[in-house]
Write a protein that binds this ligand. Structure first.
Ligand SMILES: *Cc1c(COP(=O)(O)O)cnc(C)c1O
Length: 373
């Protein structure tokens, strides 16, 4: 049995008529850049997340670069984040010549270890970028307390966190991205809410930040051909917005199905002594964008899965402090031991709403077969 790590075609085939109509309507009307569906999507995202403003942009990476600019993560300022993430969470800081200051991750959640942040704060620190990875949010209570105490801006990299909600010690659940000063989502095709190409979104509750974001996405123009800032060209395609509007209608159902799949894995693998399944920390609603295990002999297991035509992924094989592009920061092996250890053990198994229980059975049986060899 071949099990894909990810596929968009099952969902497309299930809802073919809806997707086709959505895309063909855009072509028939011919408004390709910031067309009416983009505005509709922004409204729908505001409603879904509870944020006051939503601004659609061309990708999650662009969203991070633009928000870093807006929040003043530039010109030698320090920004605290974790090295165990996708490149874009840190390159957005470096792009504007701010300095990434890394803090190691919590070994259970893989998110920034909030107990190690304060010791890294200096008079030059401008902000914190927590990344809500894989299935759960970072401890936003602690992060917002530190930000208030030290007057720091918080940019939530919620690229992977669509649908995740944090309650913590608060009185209600708040959607990822809506707690800090600004938050961003990626709608890269594999993400929980995925487009049929690149797409991203910025959310904020602050009117001024929203106003500036809207200008920056169209070259810094307040009105056409009148430029207030040197901005960007980062607009969401109308066609991608049309696809996302179809998918958003089924979002809660998709999230529920991901949870069911995660539970299938947990039931089948929790007694396997060679594997560790990460736990969820803090009062929050997780969303299983990725289902990870920490595996002994990870690379041999990965090769065995491949032999058996099972897709997997390794997020992230090399922490950012050890990447060549950040060598100028002067880090060495051993600086962030938890990130380094997790990079060597982590393995993501196939998870998407359309995967079948039979396929999950096959994946789990193959894993068990590997360890009983
Ligand atoms: C996917 C991702 C991004 C980048 O999003 P794109 O839309 O691919 O540019 C940024 N940060 C994290 C944590 C991601 O997973």
């Amino acid at each position: 049995m071949k099990v894909n790590f990810y596929t968009s075609t099952r969902e497309y085939n299930e809802k073919k008529a809806e997707f086709d109509k959505a895309v063909l309507d855009v072509m028939a009307k011919g408004s390709f850049i910031l067309g009416p569906q983009v505005g509709e999507l922004e409204e729908a995202i505001k409603e879904y997340t509870g944020a006051k403003h939503a601004i659609a942009v061309a990708s999650g990476t662009d969203a991070l670069v633009m928000t870093s600019d807006i929040l003043g993560f530039k010109n030698g300022k320090e920004v605290i984040t974790s090295p165990f993430t996708f490149l874009a969470s840190t390159s957005c800081i470096a792009k504007h010549n701010a300095k990434p200051v890394f803090v190691d991750i919590d070994e259970e959640t893989f998110n920034i270890d909030v107990n190690k942040i304060e010791e890294k704060i200096t008079s030059n620190t401008a902000g914190i970028i927590p990344i809500h990875l894989f299935s759960q949010m970072a401890d936003m209570d602690k992060i917002m307390d530190l930000a208030a105490k030290h007057d720091l801006r918080v940019l939530e990299d919620a690229a992977e966190a669509f649908g995740m909600k944090w309650k913590g010690n608060g009185s209600s659940y708040k959607h990822s991205g809506s707690i800090g000063d600004m938050g961003i989502f990626s709608f890269f095709p594999t993400k929980t809410l995925g487009a049929y190409g690149d797409a991203g979104m910025i959310i904020t509750n602050d009117d001024e930040l929203a106003k500036k974001t809207k200008m920056l996405r169209v070259h810094g123009a307040a009105k056409k051909y009148h430029y207030e800032y040197i901005g960007y060209n980062s607009r969401l395609d109308t066609m991608q917005a049309a696809v996302l509007l179809v998918k958003l209608k089924y979002m809660n159902e998709s999230i529920k199905k991901r949870e069911i799949v995660a539970n299938w894995y947990k039931e089948r693998l929790s007694h396997c002594e060679y594997i560790k399944i990460p736990g969820i920390k803090g009062d929050q609603n997780p969303v299983y964008y990725v289902f990870n295990i920490l595996a002994q002999k990870r690379d041999e297991l990965a090769a065995f899965l491949k032999e058996n035509e099972i897709g997997y992924s390794i997020y992230y094989p090399i922490p950012l402090h050890l990447q060549n592009c950040f060598s100028y920061l002067g880090h060495k092996k051993g600086d962030f031991p938890v990130s380094e250890r997790v990079s060597g053990e982590i393995l993501a198994l196939p998870i998407y709403p359309e995967i079948t229980e039979e396929e999950v059975d096959f994946v789990c049986e193959t894993i068990k077969k590997f360890y009983s060899k």
